[in-house]
Design a protein around this ligand. Structure first.
Ligand SMILES: Cc1ncc(C[n+]2csc(CCOP(=O)(O)OP(=O)(O)O)c2C)c(N)n1
Ligand SMILES: [Mg+2]
Length: 338
């Protein structure tokens, strides 16, 4: 097992400062970028995971994306809220976003949908109506609300759908946006995917009451709560909400209860971390909607779909592998400071 890095040790442009704590699979340090003179946080792949190929590969990819330096165990912190990738994949099927571009973006490659600059947390597909994801929890809410204002002023007849996790509902910008949207009867459907946790913090440690819909209703917004993750109920609710919104009823809020089977970020499960037990997963596993749909379809149909999807995923990964790294001249294109 490799040793933890020492204070003062250098990685690329970063000089390591004090240790701030341990996250799920990483140890976090303060660090100074001696070239730019700013202080950042660095994630060090936890030494007990450093020999694990999956984690090492992911860290390597992140460090390439984020810094251009190539250290197998160190990346500057990059952060995310809800899983924007899932939305992107969903949009792939309804609006024709390009899976190749999405995976290339995860790899930080030139053919990525954000030209390799955004990584997993800034997926975007304007042509398919995906305005883009935001890594700062909750900030998609005011952005989407602004877009709804624009749609109303332009009279486009569009309805904006804004997705976020339960963690985002604690951000002040949600309250400001909800009030504004209700006041101006903006055409927006807010969808909260409530999985009961913000990373590792359960709702019971964050909310005085679990009555999210009642709270949202006080803004003058119609609410719906779907407790059993029934996809048909979600579909029907969303359709009727969207047509009410389109007819000028003002914003609608949907709270969809769900559960995270695996860890907050990454491919493994984290039941050994001690913040939740496997028994909590059981009822959600039993009502797995993918499995439910599978049971409804003929076997040869599910096999055909599986093969098609596997093929598409493999093609996207091959494409991303083969795509070039962005040229250095890209560094200052399409970025701005305000
Ligand atoms: C403003 C802000 N604070 C903190 C973080 C760190 N962070 C990343 S994801 C997350 C949890 C968000 O909770 P939720 O939206 O419920 O996502 P889930 O953990 O269920 O995936 C936090 C706190 C962040 N990205 N942005
Ligand atoms: Mg959550």
């Amino acid at each position: 097992m490799p040793d933890l890095p020492r204070v003062g040790e250098e990685f690329g442009n970063y000089r390591l400062g004090q240790r701030l704590g341990r996250g799920g699979m990483s140890v976090v340090y303060q660090a100074e970028n001696w070239r730019l003179g700013n202080v950042v946080a660095l994630k060090i792949l936890a030494p007990d995971l450093a020999n694990d190929d999956i984690f090492r590969t992911r860290f390597l990819q992140e460090s390439r994306i984020a810094t251009g330096f190539n250290h197998p165990h160190v990346v500057p912190i990059i952060d995310s809220g809800a899983y924007d990738g899932l939305l992107y994949i969903a949009m792939r099927y309804v609006a024709g976003t390009d899976l190749r571009q999405m995976i290339a973006e995860l790899f930080g490659k030139a053919d990525g949908c954000a030209r390799g600059k955004g990584g997993s947390m800034h997926l975007v597909a304007p042509a398919a109506g995906v305005l883009g994801a935001s890594a700062v929890v909750g900030t998609q809410i005011p952005i989407a609300t602004g877009w709804a204002l624009a749609a109303k002023k332009r009279g486009t007849g569009q309805v904006v759908a804004c997705f976020f996790g339960d963690g985002a509902t604690e951000e002040g910008c949600m309250a400001e946006s909800f009030n504004f949207a209700a006041l101006h009867r903006l055409p927006i459907l807010y969808v909260c995917e409530n999985n009961g946790y913000a990373i590792h913090s359960p709702l019971s440690k964050r909310w005085a009451t679990a009555r999210l819909c009642e709270r949202v209703a006080t803004y003058g917004i119609a609410t719906h709560r779907i407790e059993d993750q029934d996809i048909f109920a979600i579909h029907e609710t969303a359709l009727s909400a969207a047509s009410a919104v389109r007819e000028g009823a003002g914003p609608v809020f949907m709270e969809c209860l769900t559960y995270r089977w695996r860890e907050h970020v990454g491919p493994r499960d984290d039941y050994a971390f001690g913040y939740r037990g496997l028994e909590e997963l059981q009822p959600w596993r039993e009502s797995d909607q993918v499995e439910r749909l599978r049971q409804m379809l003929p076997k040869d149909e599910t096999e055909r779909i599986s093969q098609e999807v596997e093929g598409e995923i493999e093609d996207a990964f091959n494409f991303a592998e083969a795509s070039p790294w962005p040229d250095q001249s890209e560094l200052l294109r399409h970025v701005y400071a305000s």
